[in-house]
Design a protein around this ligand. Sequence first.
Ligand SMILES: [Zn+2]
Length: 145
Amino acid sequence: MEKIIVHATFHTGHRQVGYPGVCRFVHGHTWRGTVTITTEAFPRDALDMSIDFGRIKQVMRDLDHKMLVVESDATFTDPALFEPEGVVVMPGKGPSVENVAHYVFDRVVALIARQYPDRGISYRIEVTIHETENNCFVVDKSATV
Ligand SMILES: [Zn+2]
């Protein structure tokens, strides 16, 4: 087996609209993410390099200094109020650590598909996102690309 492990740190704002505690207020986190991709043998390019580590890192860095929201957040998705380039719309009903991990997972699958399309290779992709020092969520799924 071969394994790629990439770490990144990113700073964001978010709020959990409808949450009964203080998380409903706008606040920030320094998130730490780790993407681990495992497969039998990675495809390689002309330089014998596999999946671009920098691009995997960039998936997480693209969230840096952004406000993470969901589509239903009419305030932060209003371009008259907030610059769209400073806002990232997460899937689901809230910009939770769970949805951030799934967002990163989906983009990692997409970047593998762009670099090595239609190879029929099965990858195990684990995305670990630490919202705080003590709270973390892991998505660990397989994807065939
Ligand atoms: Zn939070």
